[in-house]
Ligand binder design. Structure first.
Ligand SMILES: NC(=O)c1ccc[n+]([C@@H]2O[C@H](COP(=O)([O-])OP(=O)(O)OC[C@H]3O[C@@H](n4cnc5c(N)ncnc54)[C@H](O)[C@@H]3O)[C@@H](O)[C@H]2O)c1
Length: 297
């Protein structure tokens, strides 16, 4: 199975990074968006990312021109019909993803692989919306895609061995390090990381220590690059809330139950860095200040 033409659907935060690394891997890429404005913004993000590489001296200006010449954008799903691999990075909503895969199923050749970048939804459920269950796989990238080396390759009960091998080889060919996980909520990273962040929220809400000291302890005591509460703010408290609900539903395990403080934060719009406030006040994103002092939750 040879992958040459790659389609990416959704050119937001993740899609634009995914497009960039696939271009760096030497592939032709066609990216599809839902509106002209999103497409324009997404392509501009890709161009900015590629320009950064040439400013840093990682690639020449000619390389960056050649790279961008292999990229095209469209608003029309039918334009993806000749792709060998299509990666979706649209909104984290199962119905949107299922509808997309169902539409693509009727357009693409039978051997085309469909991959999802979902963080928490079921790849199996998406595959069931197609007549090609064996050719559906997860390719879970991490944010920011150009900098994060890991890709989780996710197999369902039906994913065919050549598709798994193809996905692993593809990830390596774009400079990533793949790991293989089965399709269960959270895959590997979020399965292990989520209870850790939720425990930190419980500790803060119970007044075990201040937000700043919890993060400082895990940073300096465990050599983590940042503490769990700051990481939660970076990821987005709404994203974590949705993901832990999905995991709680799947495992019925209290480790994944959303802590009340997380629910309250999301309800009042404190979604972390992107909303300006979460466990930290991000008025100056370079100098986050713990927002809540001890016991105020
Ligand atoms: N942000 C992260 O840290 C992160 C990390 C790993 C995985 N993910 C997953 O990646 C996916 C995308 O997340 P994101 O953060 O890039 O979201 P985003 O909101 O930044 O981008 C989503 C893009 O998809 C487009 N879109 C929506 N429906 C579409 C459709 N039917 N056809 C074409 N385009 C469509 C939107 O216009 C938008 O530009 C989600 O499944 C998310 O769970 C996100």
């Amino acid at each position: 199975m040879t992958i040459k033409h790659v389609g990416v659907v959704g050119c937001g935060a993740m899609g634009s990074g995914i497009v960039q690394v696939i271009l760096q891997g030497g592939y032709d890429v066609i990216v599809q968006e839902s509106t002209g404005q999103f497409l324009e913004q997404g392509l501009a993000r890709v161009e900015k990312g590629v320009a950064k590489l040439s400013v840093k001296g990682s690639i020449s200006e000619e390389d960056s021109r050649n790279m961008l010449a292999r990229l095209s954008g469209t608003l029309n799903t039918a334009d993806l019909k000749d792709c060998d691999l299509i990666i979706e990075a649209v909104f984290e909503e199962i119905e949107i993803k299922k509808e997309l895969f169902n539409t693509l199923d009727g357009i693409c050749k039978p051997e085309t692989i469909f991959a999802s970048n979902t963080s928490s939804l079921s790849i199996t459920e998406m595959s069931a919306a197609t007549q090609r269950k064996g050719r559906v796989v997860g390719l879970h990238f991490f944010n920011p895609v150009p900098l994060m080396p890991l890709v989780e390759v996710v197999k369902t009960l039906s994913t065919e061995p050549d598709v798994i091998q193809g996905a692993l080889s593809f990830a390596k060919s774009i400079g990533k390090v793949p790991v293989l996980a089965k399709d269960q909520a959270g895959f590997i990273v979020n399965l292990l990381l989520t209870p850790f962040m939720l425990d930190a929220m419980h500790a803060a809400a119970n007044g075990v220590a201040s937000v700043g000291d919890i993060d400082k302890a895990m940073k300096l005591g465990c050599n983590h690059p940042m503490g769990p509460l700051m990481l939660a703010d970076f990821i987005g408290l709404d994203v974590i809330y949705n993901a832990c609900q999905v995991m709680f539903e799947e495992y019925s395990d209290s480790r994944y139950a959303p802590p009340p403080i997380l629910r309250k934060m999301v309800l009042v719009g404190n979604r972390g860095l992107k909303s300006g406030r979460g466990f930290y006040d991000w008025s100056d994103p370079k100098k986050p200040v713990p927002w809540v002092a001890d016991g105020q939750f």
